[in-house]
Design a protein around this ligand. Structure first.
Ligand SMILES: Cc1cc2nc3c(=O)[nH]c(=O)nc-3n(C[C@H](O)[C@H](O)[C@H](O)COP(=O)(O)OP(=O)(O)OC[C@H]3O[C@@H](n4cnc5c(N)ncnc54)[C@H](O)[C@@H]3O)c2cc1C
Length: 280
């Protein structure tokens, strides 16, 4: 299929992009790796695409005051090969190679992945596990939304159609930061059947501040709060059991809910072992 007709405008600045998005049925174009497919399948039919590629300052990775800031136009490949990300945001470094294939990672952007909010995508879960936040520019100025409030439902976020996501921010990893990541996909590079991104702090012989964000098991990335508490108490078996309360995965084209629930338990045991390991 081919897309319905649409107009195209290249934004000259962030303000210009926001001006263009004020019109009816306009949509931001970033890497185009998800948007173009939805246009071609006629799942979406905007009247205008606002191309933000090339806007100055939106593809920077910076570590400032204990925070890693990743500009929305940072390509997946750029993040994958960034020494700053490897050192200061190791969970994101672990997740990057699992996103699609090199050709997709060369074009796809961090902002596009977070804005699209596919429930089986890796980065939204990483942002949630890290307790990060999202910087947004819109017609009324700039605002920041924490990850726990950003994801609202299936492909639904705190962004309005008139907003541009400009950056994400996550706390820079410290010496006591522990991270874990695992997913099950039919083939490497496919969206996950189920996945888990996790972050914690080493405390004594155990863990504190455990955050577990599952993906591919609901309409959006899901915190498993009872399992977090059990893992913080050092009880992996109880954490796995708690997933019966924390998760209610629906059946989808990849697997039944029952299979996904089983996979979630397997992933939690793998990630619990990773969280015991100090960072290299
Ligand atoms: C074959 C294939 C396999 C893939 N596998 C995976 C995978 O395993 N895991 C995974 O996570 N992803 C996967 N993807 C998706 C890929 O990561 C996309 O790049 C990403 O989801 C969207 O990023 P983009 O920059 O291409 O955004 P686009 O496609 O340009 O945009 C996607 C949506 O986000 C909006 N948007 C984009 N940027 C902004 C912004 N800055 N502000 C506001 N709105 C914005 C657009 O308007 C659009 O609605 C795959 C894609 C393909 C084609």
């Amino acid at each position: 299929m081919k897309p319905a007709p649409f107009a195209y405008a290249k934004a000259r600045s962030l303000d210009h992009a926001i001006e263009l998005l004020a019109g009816a049925e306009a949509r931001v174009l970033a890497g185009g790796q998800s948007l173009i497919a939805t246009l071609n399948m006629r799942l979406s039919h905007p009247s205008l695409l606002v191309d933000i590629n090339g806007l100055d300052g939106l593809d920077r990775i910076a570590v400032v005051n204990g925070t890693v800031e990743i500009g929305a136009l940072t390509r997946h490949a750029q993040a994958e090969h960034s020494s700053e990300i490897a050192r200061h945001a190791p969970l994101i470094a672990l997740a990057m190679p699992q996103i699609g294939h090199p050709a997709i990672r060369n074009r796809g952007t961090i902002g596009g992945s977070i804005a699209f909010a596919d429930p089986a995508a890796e980065l939204p879960a990483c942002l949630l596990a890290l307790g990060g936040d999202v910087e947004i520019a819109g017609p009324s100025g700039k605002r920041t939304v924490v990850a726990d409030d950003f994801f609202k439902g299936l492909f639904e976020t705190a962004l309005t159609p008139h907003d541009v996501l400009t950056a994400i921010r996550v706390p820079a990893a410290g010496a006591d930061t522990r991270v874990g990541f695992a997913e099950v996909a039919r083939r490497h590079g496919d969206y996950a059947m189920a996945g888990l991104a996790a972050c914690a702090r080493a405390a004594g012989g155990g863990l504190s501040n455990v955050r577990l964000a599952f993906f591919g098991v609901g309409a959006m990335p899901v915190r498993a709060r009872q399992a977090e508490a059990a893992l913080g108490a050092g009880d992996v078996d109880r954490a796995v059991g708690a997933l019966a309360h924390d998760l209610d995965p629906p059946d989808d084209v990849q697997a039944t809910g029952a299979v996904k629930r089983h996979l979630a338990g397997v992933l939690l045991r793998r990630v619990a072992a990773q969280l015991q390991e100090p960072r290299p």
